[in-house]
Design a protein around this ligand. Structure first.
Ligand SMILES: [Zn+2]
Length: 143
């Protein structure tokens, strides 16, 4: 069951303002995002960002839907809520495209994760992809 998540939208706006440099595709753009709570006993995800496309985007005047699992949200710490919203907002990607008439239009995409991995990948084989090195650098800065 889904319900409108005004609380999530308000926090997302704070996150967008605070991290506009990393969220350039949404900061100050015409991107239309709707936020929903997913109310269910179990969920395969904490949050999920998906595109509204074609006739549905037109009918609901929405480019993206960000769903948040309500049962997790209720008990999550403020920093974790912000981190999840930042993550979901990072999935939003605008790609400029030239129309046959020579006008520029924005195509909305879902940005893929920087890395898909297991901790053992690095534990056993080291930083064998450039993104592993980036992750390691961030961890060093944090420690
Ligand atoms: Zn993700």
């Amino acid at each position: 069951m889904y319900s409108e998540a005004e609380e999530v939208q308000q926090l997302a706006e704070v996150v967008i303002d605070q991290h506009g440099d990393s969220l350039q595709d949404v900061y100050g753009t015409a991107c239309r995002i709707k936020y929903l709570f997913k109310d269910s006993k179990k969920s395969q995800y904490l949050g999920k960002c998906s595109r509204a496309t074609g006739k549905w985007a037109h009918l609901v005047a929405t480019d993206y839907v960000i769903e948040i699992w309500l049962q997790w949200w209720k008990d999550a710490l403020p920093n974790a809520k912000k981190a999840l919203l930042f993550h979901e907002l990072r999935h939003i990607q605008s790609v400029e495209k030239e129309t046959p008439e020579g006008d520029l239009e924005i195509n909305w995409k879902i940005r893929k994760h920087d890395a898909e991995m297991f901790v053992d990948d690095i534990a056993l084989f080291g930083t064998w992809l450039p993104v592993h090195t980036e992750i390691l650098e961030v961890c060093k800065e944090l420690s």
